[in-house]
Write a protein that binds this ligand. Structure first.
Ligand code: NI
Length: 259
C-alpha cells in the first residue's frame, strides 16, 4: 500500500534533529512521497532545498496570509524563481486567514496578495494549495472570479458541506488531516462521507495537528495512515481502496514523479 502526505512542513525546526529517521518511518508504512509547503520566502527556499536533497520529497512555494507583511514585486519575483526549480510542484500555501486577522484593511491586503500569487500559479501552470481559515465566503468568491482555469486543493478543510459541494463543482479538492480523527471533528465526517473519491487528498500538516492516537504530539508523515484509516472507516471502504484513490488524486493534481 502506498500513501502520499500531500501537505507537511518537514523544514520545521522540530525536525532538525531527526529528519532522516522521520523519513524512514514514513517509508516503512508506505508514505514514500511527501510535499512540503513554504509559508514565507525563507521557508519556501528551504522546502525546495529539502526536495532536492531527499528522494520522494517535493515542494510548494508561496507566502502564507499571516506572513504577507513586506510582500512586494521582488517577493513575487522570488516566488517565480523558486517555482522554476526542479521538484517544485505547486504554489502554496497561500490564501486567507481571518481567524488571526480581524482588521478589514489587512484582510483586503491578504486578498490582493492571494490573487497575485494565484496569478503566478496561472503563469507557471502549477496547482495551488490554499490555506483558508474563517474566510469561507471571500475565499470562494476569489476562486470563482480570480482562479478560472486553475486547479488545486483547499488544504486542512474547515468549511461547510455546502461550501465543499461548491468547491467540488469548481474542480477543487479538499485536504483531510488529523482533525478528522478528533472527537470534536464537527462537520468533517459528514463532509468526507459525501465527497466524491476524486476530490479527497490526505495530508498531515506536520508538525501540527497530529491525528489520534498521537494527538498533541509532534506530527509526522507516517501518521497520514491514521487519517487514511479514519477516512476508510467513515466511508465504509478498505484502507487499500483509500490508499489507492488518494494516491492517484495526489499524482493527478501535483504530477509528482519519482526521480
Ligand atoms: Ni500547512
Amino acid at each position: 500500500m502506498e500513501f502520499v502526505d500531500t501537505h507537511c512542513h518537514l523544514n520545521d525546526e522540530k525536525f532538525a534533529e531527526d529528519l532522516p529517521a522521520v523519513v524512514e518511518r514514513a517509508q516503512t508504512v508506505g508514505v514514500r512521497r511527501v510535499i512540503n509547503f513554504g509559508d514565507t520566502l525563507k521557508s519556501s527556499a528551504a522546502v525546495v532545498e529539502l526536495a532536492e536533497n531527499f528522494a520522494g520529497m517535493f515542494a510548494g512555494v508561496g507566502v502564507h496570509p499571516e506572513e504577507i507583511s513586506g510582500f512586494d514585486k521582488n517577493s513575487a519575483a522570488q516566488i517565480f524563481e523558486l517555482a522554476a526549480r526542479k521538484k517544485v510542484v505547486a504554489i502554496g500555501e497561500i490564501g486567507l486567514d481571518y481567524y488571526w486577522e480581524k482588521d478589514s484593511d489587512a484582510r483586503l491586503l491578504q486578498q490582493k496578495i492571494f490573487i497575485e500569487q494565484l496569478d503566478i500559479a496561472r503563469q507557471l501552470d502549477l496547482p495551488v494549495c490554499i490555506h483558508e481559515r474563517e474566510a469561507h465566503g471571500d475565499a470562494l468568491k476569489i476562486l470563482k472570479t480570480e482562479a478560472k482555469g486553475l486547479r488545486g486543493v483547499m488544504h486542512c478543510y474547515s468549511g461547510s458541506l455546502e461550501m465543499a459541494r461548491e468547491l467540488w463543482k469548481l474542480g477543487w479538492l479538499i485536504g483531510v488531516d488529523g482533525p478528522l480523527t478528533f472527537k470534536n471533528s464537527a462537520k468533517l465526517p459528514e463532509i468526507v462521507k459525501a465527497a466524491p473519491r476524486e476530490m479527497l487528498l490526505l495530508e498531515t500538516d506536520a508538525p501540527y495537528l497530529a491525528p489520534v492516537p498521537n494527538r498533541g504530539r509532534r506530527n509526522e508523515p507516517a501518521y497520514v495512515v491514521d487519517v487514511a484509516r479514519k477516512l476508510a472507516e467513515l466511508r465504509g471502504e478498505s484502507l487499500e481502496t483509500v490508499a489507492h484513490y488518494t494516491t492517484a488524486n495526489a499524482e493527478n493534481l501535483y504530477e509528482i514523479r519519482e526521480e
